[in-house]
Design a protein around this ligand. Structure first.
Ligand code: HEM
Length: 121
């Protein structure tokens, strides 16, 4: 079976999806405050690298520390409900990009696997 990365259309498609995701997240009043002091260009880049890895693409990210990356946000009150909204935006972006629904489900399931790390449980 081809990897999710190639099924998605490779890094260009992933870059566009990540771009759309952040545009949505930064317009969401509940989520945007957590990103107030974060360089959006750098964050998009980091998230693209992460997505490429999640989707089984050729880029490896060593020492990915989701826990420490979100430590500040958790201290500022990040909860499951924020992650739910974030994941819902992600799902909508994938659907809008006409990604087939089995692929959307597979990606959402993989992103959800990192929920515990993001929230530090
Ligand atoms: C399962 C859901 C999520 C995943 C997989 C995820 C993934 C990531 C990744 C890969 C990074 C970059 C880490 C790095 O390479 O340094 C990051 C950074 C960040 N995320 Fe998330 N994220 C999720 C949910 C959220 C939510 C819901 C919020 C807030 C509403 C959030 C806020 C942040 C912030 C503020 C940073 C920047 C940290 C920094 O650079 O100091 N994340 N996230």
């Amino acid at each position: 079976m081809e990897s999710l990365y190639f099924e998605l259309g490779g890094s260009k498609v992933i870059e566009r999806i990540v771009d759309d995701l952040y545009n949505r997240v930064l317009r969401d009043q509940d989520l945007a405050p957590f990103f107030a002091n974060i360089d959006p260009v750098l964050l998009r880049h980091k998230f693209c690298t992460f997505m490429n890895t999640v989707a089984g693409g050729p880029y490896e990210r060593s020492g990915l520390e989701l826990r420490s990356a979100h430590f500040g946000a958790v201290n500022e009150g990040l909860t499951d409900s924020h992650v739910d909204k974030f994941v819902a935006h992600f799902s909508e972006v994938l659907n809008e990009a006409a990604i087939p629904s089995p692929l959307v489900e597979a990606l959402i399931a993989r992103v959800n696997e990192f929920r515990g790390d993001v929230l530090g449980y």
